[in-house]
Design a protein around this ligand. Structure first.
Ligand code: HEC
Ligand code: HEC
Ligand code: HEC
Ligand code: HEC
Ligand code: HEC
Ligand code: HEC
Ligand code: HEC
Length: 317
């Protein structure tokens, strides 16, 4: 290898993990926690109370369960430094909330993230375009927006942090099954009803294990190089059904699900073994790794043997 190529290569190794880091400060105290306390007094509890100005009494009432959010979950999300009123009207400070507030238009991701250099590595515009091609957008237009999967009060960018593959899979899949396996949420979008996911995916042996080891998007979106998370969910006819797509040496998971860990492994300047050793890995993909190592060692020993042999033959003469 030429020295310049080598230096570039080493530099790249150091840059690699930078792509995979969050910019948000996840360590310090949430910036607006004090402001939000007022909202959480009601919106974190099953029962809220307020002064009824007409009767002059303090009333206790049950909160709509869909309007209850846990502060610790909110403060683990990417928008943890936000005040509720950064996204919602400041008029929500008053209770009873005015009826018209329900009609206020909500921001979309692009309103804040579009064209912003700080978030360029996320490719928001490309994601929006991909999403626009997906069944979710083409069948359901405006009703189906980014917030349907990205809960505004809890979204975490899992693939940008040091989560284990199993944690990433669980979190991502919940974003889909929260709706596809929850009739109430599903009917926010569609009048149709669907069979449970377990029944739809009967063709997979050990459904539970598969759904805890691979993401829905592995099978339901086309392979994608530039984006970390493909958003183009295709019609069911195009879903991956062939077992060998994953259960083979050149498993497609290497360029999707396992790529985060691949980068991690390169950061540590180790090899993919980091993934092999730390995590359950798809059967078929790693079948030969140890055999490969042993055969390499044997090959090395043979070469060494021949060299020593030649050395002594030359020396003798
Ligand atoms: C009201 C404006 C606003 C909206 C709407 C919004 N964001 Fe953000 N988002 C921000 C700001 C500002 C930050 C940086 C926060 C910080 O640094 O504390 C951020 C941070 C993020 C991050 C973390 C970036 C990083 O590298 O740390 C992600 C991921 C993200 N937003 C995704 C989304 C998605 C997906 C949506 C839509 C579902 C969305 N945002 C909607 C303003 C917004
Ligand atoms: C005294 C209790 C109380 C406080 C404080 C409170 N809320 Fe609410 N909020 C409610 C109740 C109850 C509802 C259910 C709908 C209603 O009664 O208007 C609600 C509904 C909402 C809704 C949904 C409206 C809809 O129907 O789509 C939003 C958004 C909201 N609150 C935001 C906030 C924000 C932001 C704050 C803090 C600035 C806040 N609330 C403070 C009690 C409260
Ligand atoms: C990043 C922007 C953002 C922040 C910050 C935010 N919200 Fe929201 N909130 C939204 C959006 C967007 C919706 C509509 C989501 C939908 O239609 O499913 C929403 C919906 C709601 C609802 C109605 C829920 C429903 O199911 O219709 C309530 C209540 C609410 N927010 C309260 C709060 C409270 C309390 C806080 C602060 C702790 C807060 N929000 C912070 C964006 C935000
Ligand atoms: C059908 C569900 C779904 C919809 C709709 C959706 N997303 Fe996502 N999105 C996901 C999942 C799952 C992830 C992976 C979560 C993670 O680890 O960040 C993700 C991740 C992201 C990320 C982080 C990617 C990265 O490189 O780390 C961004 C940015 C994003 N989505 C933007 C959007 C925008 C913008 C829209 C609307 C145009 C949208 N999403 C709509 C499911 C969805
Ligand atoms: C808020 C609800 C919701 C969420 C979240 C959601 N979907 Fe959907 N999905 C729908 C609806 C509604 C349809 C269209 C059903 C119809 O009208 O035929 C659909 C359609 C689909 C289809 C096409 C089925 C067909 O008939 O061809 C697939 C595949 C799919 N979703 C997968 C996913 C995946 C993967 C995720 C997570 C990344 C996800 N969905 C998240 C509601 C949702
Ligand atoms: C191993 C690949 C694979 C995984 C993982 C997978 N699916 Fe599927 N899915 C398929 C195939 C293949 C079909 C088509 C089945 C058929 O038509 O018989 C399908 C069908 C569907 C349908 C269409 C249902 C219908 O008949 O209308 C939905 C919705 C769906 N999947 C959602 C999901 C969700 C949500 C997840 C994650 C929780 C997921 N899938 C994970 C391969 C997969
Ligand atoms: C999207 C990738 C993917 C596809 C497609 C796929 N699998 Fe898997 N499969 C996995 C992963 C990942 C595991 C979990 C490996 C582990 O944790 O040991 C797994 C595990 C298994 C297991 C082990 C179950 C056990 O009890 O230990 C069997 C058997 C299996 N798959 C068979 C199949 C068959 C048959 C098909 C085709 C119908 C198929 N798989 C399609 C990714 C896939």
């Amino acid at each position: 290898m030429k020295i310049r190529t080598f230096i570039t290569f080493v530099c790249l190794l150091f840059l690699m993990p930078v792509w995979a880091q969050l910019n948000v400060d996840m360590e310090s105290e949430p910036a607006k926690a004090a402001d939000n306390q007022h909202c959480f007094n009601c919106h974190a509890n099953q029962i809220y109370s307020f002064e009824n100005e007409v009767s002059g009494m303090t009333e206790r009432k049950a909160m709509n369960p869909n309007f209850i959010f846990q502060p610790d979950v909110f403060y683990q999300g990417v928008h943890r430094h936000f005040a509720c009123t950064d996204c919602h009207s400041p008029d929500y400070e008053n209770f009873p909330h005015q009826a018209e507030l329900r009609l206020e238009p909500m921001y979309s991701c692009i309103d804040c993230h579009g064209g912003d250099e700080a978030f360029a590595s996320y490719h928001f515009e490309a994601i929006e375009e991909e999403f626009g091609k997906s069944v979710h957008a083409s069948r359901h237009s405006e009703n189906f927006n980014c917030w349907m999967c990205h809960d505004p009060h809890s979204y975490k960018a899992m693939t940008r942090s040091n989560f284990k593959i199993s944690e990433i899979v669980t979190y991502h899949n919940q974003m889909c099954s929260n709706c596809h396996d929850n009739p109430v949420n599903f009917q926010r979008i569609s009048d149709s009803t669907k069979k449970p996911l377990e029944q739809i995916h009967e063709f997979l042996p050990n459904f539970k294990l598969h759904f805890s080891a691979v993401r829905c998007i592995e099978c339901h979106t086309p392979a994608e190089d530039t984006l970390w998370v493909s958003h183009n969910v295709l019609e069911k006819e195009f879903a991956v059904k062939k077992c060998t797509e994953c259960h083979s040496a050149n498993t497609m998971l290497m360029s999707s699900l396992y790529k985060y860990q691949n980068l991690e492994a390169r950061k540590n300047r180790g090899t993919l073994n980091a993934v092999f050793l730390n995590e359950s890995y798809v059967i078929g993909a790693n079948r030969n790794i140890y055999l490969n190592i042993i055969s390499l060692v044997l090959f090395g020993l043979t070469v060494a043997g021949i060299l020593i042999h030649i050395f002594f033959r030359i020396k003798k003469h």
